[in-house]
Design a protein around this ligand. Sequence first.
Ligand SMILES: *Cc1c(COP(=O)(O)O)cnc(C)c1O
Length: 218
Amino acid sequence: MSIKENIKQLQHNIPDTVTLVAVSKTKPITAIQEAYDGGQRIFGENKIQEMSEKWEQLPKDIQWHMIGHVQTNKVKFMIPYVSLIHSADRLKLFKEINKQAALVDRTVDVLLQVKIAQEDTKYGMPTPEAIAFLEGNQLDNYPNVNVIGLMGMASFTDDMTQVAAEFKVLESLFVRFRESKNLYTLSMGMSGDYQLAIENGSTMVRVGSAIFGARNYQ
Ligand SMILES: *Cc1c(COP(=O)(O)O)cnc(C)c1O
């Protein structure tokens, strides 16, 4: 199937209330343009330099989401145009996003990335820290950072019971703070598990290979 057909199929498979982020990391401009021509406007990248290069070359009504680990020294390069950072996972990064956003007089939407996977390799704020961070008034320290929700990645495993359990942990955290912190986005689910994520409350899925085909690396 073509990229356009894959997008149509996905749009058909997910409810209207769930936002589709097309993860275009490592994929060329032509592939993104094809998805754009199919109506897709939200794209996810995991490297700031690659995202910036693509942003420069592609239509300006695209919303660019940063979904990968962010190094603090690179934050400033994406602040002028990034529409949502999914991977805000540590105080140092909140501080830097706040600083760079204030410099250009904007507020940047972010998701607090929480570590829900059992594996050691995944990024994200550990759940107890995330709870402490959300419970107090700490978010007030970052007036130019707008936390609109949570993001998580499940373990890389075929055990769908475990994946579902990890999604449930994140959903319960989301529900717990939804009203007090005005959270409305729960970003979880990728090509292999987006349906399960939606069943467990996801409002935003990040789908790469099911749209663009397999990646050679990353
Ligand atoms: C690469 C990536 C995805 C997309 O993965 P697929 O399995 O290709 O859908 C989603 N989320 C994050 C954080 C990623 O790095």
